[in-house]
Write a protein that binds this ligand. Structure first.
Ligand SMILES: [Zn+2]
Length: 530
């Protein structure tokens, strides 16, 4: 006796259709095996399925060899999302067809009770994506958005908590039920499918983003934040503890444009696969803000893992902001691993069993103390030894700093600034300028100025004669490297866009050069290469 139903597994952030075939032979030594490259958690389905069947009043086939084959067999299957399909497959493959049932009755065997039966053909029009609890309840699994997209030609059955995500994935028919028993009864039309729960339409799902109006002072750093948002440039905020570095960084998503449809779908899929969930009524529209702690593991930051390959924080920040507070405390190897994604907008994760590419295009905002004691460059004298400063500097990977176009030194706000009742400009007003600048970039055919390819700079970012002289001077006296030159021109392009100018003036170049200041620490140690 045989049954076949559809489900889906994950490969990176993509869903992959899986056919769950179940074969039951009775009158032999009992066994239950799952074949077709299941991973450890997928193999554990055996125990969950057995318990769920028993809790929901289904008898396990007596003296039966149950074989579950997950096709295509060369694709690795992960996680518990196939549980429901396997359980229904076992019930369907154990259901005797009418002629066989009649013969067994003639042979004096008790008729299979009706509530145990599920004709295998009832499974064919559906795909089943849910984990089973030991009590037979349906539970949501990560990556429903991607999995459902792989089987959207079928009616999709998911856990009630995942119904909104399945609808966002574009499935024509989404069904959900609370338990395995209820799914079987609905498939047999003994009872109607319950209405999938809907999130309340009126609820505002946009997470609150703090407003720039709360930030007192810091005109230079505020300007850098605006330029970072308008051009997609990476930003380093350097300053003593209490200078307001993270307060400022957290306000960046509030001045970024909302994600467009493509980016919203991609970012939502990443968040769903990472188990972060998606909003109740819509895809993620607000640019994400991710702030991993400096003690986070390499896997948590970059992605990977020993079982299923999971997206890391850099991918969860896709389309938004990755904030690295205390940059100097991150493991140098982790910072080193960020260079490829910063360059390419994605990260390749390779393991023995699989290799996947996760999107990772984010705006990097890093914050650091200027030196281990934090006082370098402020009014109080720094208490660090030269050796301590050198050790601190070595932790910052030079090539990473090289990819940060905007570097700002912040001071603690003065007492009169803290006491002032005057509020700063609001995020809304700044965001309007950012949107206008981005629109200018889009009209030139680039999503943002940080992504202009160097070969097109002369075409897209023409510099005025006086600006050119200024750049030549900076190159000649060693303040600017050849690599830095292209980056400065991109930042100057953004400054000119914010001012509504087509050609890059001397002021825009001067602004971009001033924003590429070396951290004070590097100056005190005589390092000139960044
Ligand atoms: Zn110090």
């Amino acid at each position: 006796m045989f049954s076949n139903s559809a489900s889906a597994t994950l490969r990176g952030i993509d869903g992959q259709r899986v056919q769950v075939e179940v074969h039951v032979v009775t009158g032999v030594l009992p066994s239950f095996s799952v074949v077709g490259l299941p991973d450890a958690s997928c193999r554990e389905a055996r125990d969950r399925v057995r318990a769920a069947l028993s809790s929901n009043g289904f008898a396990w086939p007596k003296a039966a060899r149950v074989t579950v084959n997950l096709a295509p067999s060369q694709v690795r299957k992960e996680g518990s999302g196939l549980d429901l399909a396997i359980a229904l497959g076992v019930i369907a493959a154990s259901t005797l067809d009418e002629s066989r049932a009649r013969k067994e009755i003639e042979d004096g065997v008790e008729r299979q009770p009706e509530h145990q039966r599920l004709p295998p053909e009832l499974l064919l029009d559906h795909a089943f994506i849910a984990e089973l609890g030991l009590d037979g309840s349906l539970r949501p699994v990560p990556g429903v958005l991607s999995r459902v997209a792989a089987v959207s030609d079928l009616a999709v059955v998911v856990a009630p908590a995942a119904a909104h995500e399945a609808r966002l994935a574009g499935a024509a028919i989404v069904r959900s039920a609370g338990t395995l028993r209820q799914v079987v009864d609905c498939l047999k039309a003994v009872e109607p499918w319950p209405d999938p729960p809907r999130g309340s339409r009126s609820a505002d799902h946009r997470p609150p983003v703090p407003d720039l109006a709360d930030v007192a002072g810091h005109p230079f750093a505020r300007q850098a934040l605006e330029i970072a948002a308008a051009g997609g440039h990476n930003l380093l905020l350097c300053g003593p503890p209490g200078a307001g570095k993270s307060m400022l960084a957290r306000r960046l998503p509030g001045i970024l444009p909302d994600l467009d449809d493509g980016a919203a779908l991609l970012t939502s899929r990443i968040h769903s696969v990472a188990g972060l969930g998606v909003p109740a009524n819509d895809l993620l529209r607000v640019p994400p803000f991710r702030a991993p702690h400096h003690s986070a593991s390499m896997t948590a930051l970059i992605g990977g893992g020993s079982g299923r390959l999971r997206p890391g924080e850099i991918s969860c920040a896709h389309g938004g902001v990755l904030f690295l507070d205390e940059l100097g405390e991150f493991a140098p190897s982790a910072l080193d691993a960020m260079r490829q994604p910063l360059e390419e907008g994605s990260v390749q994760i390779s393991r023995a069993h699989a290799s996947v590419r996760f999107p990772a295009r984010f705006c990097l905002v890093a914050a650091m103390n200027p030196c281990p004691c934090g006082l370098l460059g402020s009014v109080e004298p720094c208490r660090c030894t030269d050796q301590a400063r050198r050790r601190y500097m070595r932790r910052l990977s030079g090539p990473l700093l090289d990819r940060i176009d905007l570097r700002v030194h912040m001071q603690r706000p003065r007492a009169d600034q803290l006491m002032s009742t005057e509020r700063g400009e609001s995020s809304g007003a700044v965001r309007d300028r950012v949107l206008a600048a981005r629109e200018r970039a889009r009209r030139r055919g680039v999503p943002c100025n940080a992504r202009i390819v160097p070969g097109r700079l002369d075409d897209l970012a023409p510099v005025s004669d006086t600006g050119r002289t200024m750049l030549e001077r900076a190159l000649a006296d060693g303040r600017l490297s050849a690599r830095g030159l292209a980056r400065v021109r991109m930042v100057a392009r953004t400054i000119a866009d914010l001012a509504g100018e087509d050609t890059i003036s001397e002021q825009s170049i001067a602004g971009a050069l001033a924003l590429r200041a070396r951290p004070v620490l590097f100056d005190t140690l005589g390092v000139t290469h960044v």
